[in-house]
Ligand binder design. Structure first.
Ligand code: GLV
Ligand code: MN
Ligand code: MN
Length: 414
């Protein structure tokens, strides 16, 4: 028998998604809530307040990940089940990427707090810092630091294109929390967690095209991100002969063509240059520098590594900084089994799948048994203002998450 008391509150979830969507809302229905911006801080304040109303205690680690802890009286010292995602967005982002997982995690805690059972393990909502990596590269910065995959000092020193550092933005964001009366307790990096689970939109077309409700994620494909700079010599656009130019943009173009030839020949490899910036950026000055990003992904670690080696050899003479390298990550089969059983129990169709996008869960999998739940999004569109996840899919995903978290809290409780 399915217990009504353990049924997620569809209206509460949709209202909360709507409330967060208004913070940083863009004219065409999307959102801009960059990591550690004033907007993201406001969304954090909103979620912390909702969680505090359910008795959660707020913690922050040195890279700005927030943890909202709920536990039964007497379970203060016990390892928590972690459940969460992120509130930051792409510069022109959608209203489900990340925020769905946070609001659904909050719903898990709502149900546990309203209908507790003796012996449940503590549950913590994780709000990972800078998952998108859009303002501050790389992607999944907060969880990577938390799991020890990226050095804290290196991450704090990263600057946005306007020169603001992560350290500075984090201090401002914490000031914003404090001004709202939220003073999180310190939490060390690493951490002893019983398990981690995250709900996310699929961000691709598979579930929708197969008319399947729930994706049980078995693996996250591998990823490498780079910053590349081609250098030239600035000069007058009308006076320096074409033959004598050292044009940084021309060099970058040649490099991008070579990357196309190299990577285009590797089946299944996905490669993206999402940012190209030319300096000094003047209509009548030859470029002295052209900087671009490169994001490479493949589910097979050997193929990805070979691609990276060939690419780095290509750049032997240019400046190239590897920002992150994450090998393909398998999730814990026992967590996947619980997710699949939870979906089946709610009579929802499900299928096992590999995640094309990366997620904080890929780092946290190094700390504890981890898993992810996907729900379909319309036309597989994401990182786009038109991103859309139907109210039914939102509710079904949140329900499977809540059932999974309760099962984990029972399993790891005392
Ligand atoms: C997350 O947004 C990713 O880059 O996969
Ligand atoms: Mn995301
Ligand atoms: Mn994203």
């Amino acid at each position: 028998m399915l217990d009504q008391a353990r049924t997620v509150d569809r209206n509460r979830i949709l209202q909360r998604l709507g409330a967060i969507a208004r913070i940083g809302a863009l004219d065409n229905g999307g959102v801009c809530r960059l990591a550690l911006s004033e907007e993201e801080t406001r969304s954090r304040i909103e979620v912390v307040r909702w969680a505090e109303a359910r008795g959660c205690i707020c913690f922050v680690d040195p890279i700005g990940n927030l943890f909202l802890r709920w536990n039964l009286p007497g379970a203060e010292g016990q390892r928590p089940v972690l459940v969460g995602s992120h509130l930051d967005s792409q510069p022109v982002g959608g209203n489900f990427d990340g925020v769905l997982g946070v609001i659904a995690a909050l719903e898990c805690v709502e149900l546990l707090a309203l209908h507790p059972e003796p012996g449940l393990a503590p549950v913590e909502i994780a709000i990972w810092c800078n998952e998108e990596g859009a303002r501050f590269n790389p992607t999944t910065m907060g969880s990577a630091v938390h799991a020890g995959h990226l050095a804290l000092d290196d991450a704090l020193a990263v600057t946005a294109t306007d020169g603001t550092s992560v350290a500075h933005a984090l201090a401002s964001s914490l000031d914003g929390l404090a001004a709202s009366g939220i003073r999180p307790r310190p939490r060390a990096l690493g951490g002893d967690y019983a398990a981690y689970v995250e709900l996310h939109i699929e961000q691709g077309p598979i579930l929708e095209s197969q008319a399947v409700s729930i994706g049980v994620v078995t693996d996250v494909q591998g990823l490498a991100q780079y910053r590349v700079i081609a250098r030239g010599i600035a000069g007058h656009a009308g006076a320096v002969p074409m033959a004598g130019r050292a044009d940084a943009l021309a060099k970058a173009r040649t490099l991008l063509d070579a990357i196309d030839r190299l990577f285009g020949a590797i089946p299944g490899l996905l490669y993206t240059t999402g940012r190209l910036a030319v300096s000094p950026g003047s209509i009548n000055t030859i470029a002295s520098a052209a900087e671009f990003t490169l994001d490479i992904r493949h589910p097979d670690g050997t193929v990805l590594e070979t691609a990276m080696q060939r690419f780095e050899a290509l750049l032997a003479e240019g400046y190239c900084e590897r920002l992150i390298y994450q090998v393909p990550v398998p999730f814990d089969p026992a967590v996947a089994d619980i997710i699949a059983a939870s979906a089946a129990r709610r009579v929802l169709s499900w299928q096992a799948m590999v995640s094309g996008a990366t997620h904080d869960a890929a780092h946290i999998a190094a700390l504890c048994p981890s898993g992810m739940i996907f729900v379909p999004c319309r036309d597989g569109i994401s990182h786009n203002e038109n991103e859309f996840c139907s109210p039914d899919a939102v509710t079904e995903g949140a329900q499977v998450l809540a059932d999974t978290v309760r099962t984990l809290a029972r399993r790891y409780g005392r």
